[in-house]
Design a protein around this ligand. Structure first.
Ligand SMILES: *Cc1c(COP(=O)(O)O)cnc(C)c1O
Length: 391
């Protein structure tokens, strides 16, 4: 039997990888150290000037963080990966590593609100121009590229909060600018952007990867040369992942496949049930035949994800009623954890957008976002049944 990691399915790869810093211990070792001793002056020089020396100084690298990066690289089919102190740390470090004043970024308008705020605020302040396009429209990214000025194309798929998709093949075929995909909503189990030719895949591992609401951490994966370039900037930017968060994220990655499969199946079941409910106008989930990009989802996703959104025809007051009555699910805004979470994007995750921007990205009064957890699917549906029935 060959043990070539390339032949392992993701569930097995997630178990096998990321053990370089733990010796024979099956649980990952927590290297809390911020500094390591050198053997000689030459050795100190080698560590100080080498790429990502993992026993030199904590901001350069850390063995526990490196083990987590190994797992993500393997799951994404990447040469290398790099972790950051949060998903936003990954996004900001990557943009500032690769783009300079005078450069141009083409980004989907369907982006995490923090990413949008980063593109509008700091990027504009540093002279990096941004063009936002509708990421669901074929050819939209390509059409907005300015020859010799566009340095990066940035997309998120599925997007927050309406689960809209960008075509990964199309992004992967773009030549010139770096193509970067925020794949947080899919997790490395749900899709593999690099296999479509995208340059960098990025995750808020705070969500499904760590998966237990106990770590704030981000990660990117891609070709070693590109990751090294981001590292060379990142070591100065300083948004490094904490070893403790990397430990929790590595623990989470071990069970990511089984959790994602369960949560995706529950999302689909709840989505199908909600579609039949008289209080519900529409359901947004890539795994449903009603999703306008369901064919694309089937082409590029192995799992359709653990988050869905739906529209209550009763608007904001109907959402308030649902949030008052929901019992098993929690009123909270994150995703990918063990607890099912419900939120009203307009007043929480997307509250920083202007009314026009909310309208433009479909963040409506009646929109509800649900992150499915690990509870029994029947119990979740029963909870929504009792919370919606009264309205
Ligand atoms: C949460 C999230 C981020 C930001 O990640 P943090 O870990 O909170 O910094 C970025 N993109 C998406 C899609 C997210 O859901």
């Amino acid at each position: 039997m060959s043990h070539d990691p390339d032949r392992l399915k993701p569930a097995s790869a997630a178990i096998r990888a990321g053990r370089r810093a733990s010796g024979p211990s099956l649980a990952p070792a927590l290297w809390a150290s911020s500094v390591w001793e050198s053997e000689s002056m030459d050795d100190a020089h080698r560590r100080a000037t080498g790429m990502r020396a993992d026993q030199f100084y904590g901001r350069y690298s850390n063995p526990t963080v490196r083990s987590f990066e190994d797992v993500i690289a393997e799951l994404e089919g990447a040469q290398d990966a790099m972790a950051f102190g949060s998903g936003m740390g990954a996004i900001a470090s990557t943009v500032l590593a690769l783009c300079s004043a005078g450069d141009h970024i083409v980004a989907a308008k369907q982006l995490y609100a923090g990413t949008l705020a980063f593109l509008r605020g700091p990027c504009a302040r540093f002279g990096i121009d941004v063009t936002l396009v509708d990421g669901t429209v074929p050819g939209a990214f390509e059409a907005a590229i300015l020859p010799s000025r566009t340095m990066m194309v940035l997309a998120e798929t599925p997007s927050n909060p309406r689960l809209e998709l960008c075509d990964l093949d199309e992004l992967g075929s773009i030549m010139g600018p770096f193509t970067v995909v925020d794949s947080t909503f899919a997790t490395p189990i749900g899709q593999q952007p690099l296999a479509h030719g995208v340059d960098l895949v990025l995750h808020s591992a705070t969500k499904g990867i760590a998966g237990h609401n106990d770590a704030t951490i981000g990660v990117i994966a891609g070709e070693k040369e590109l990751i090294d370039a981001v590292w060379a900037y990142g070591v100065l930017h300083g948004a490094m992942a904490s070893p403790f968060d990397a430990l929790n994220a590595l623990r989470g990655a071990r069970t990511l496949a089984v959790r994602t499969a369960h949560q995706s199946a529950t999302a689909r079941r709840l989505g199908e049930w909600l579609e039949q409910h008289p209080a519900v106008g529409s359901v947004h989930y890539p795994g449903l035949a009603s999703h306008p990009q369901h064919d694309l989802a089937q082409r590029q996703m192995r799992q359709f994800g653990t988050v869905l959104a739906f529209e209550l025809t009763g608007g904001r007051s109907a959402v308030a009623g649902l949030l008052d009555r929901i019992q098993l699910a929690k009123r909270a805004t994150s995703l990918g954890g063990p607890e099912t979470l419900v939120c009203h994007p307009m007043t929480t995750t997307h509250a920083s957008l202007t009314t026009d921007e909310q309208a433009d990205t479909g963040v409506t009064e009646g929109l509800v976002r649900v992150s499915l957890g690990l509870e029994d699917p029947g119990d979740i549906i029963a909870d929504f049944y009792q919370a919606l029935e009264v309205s």
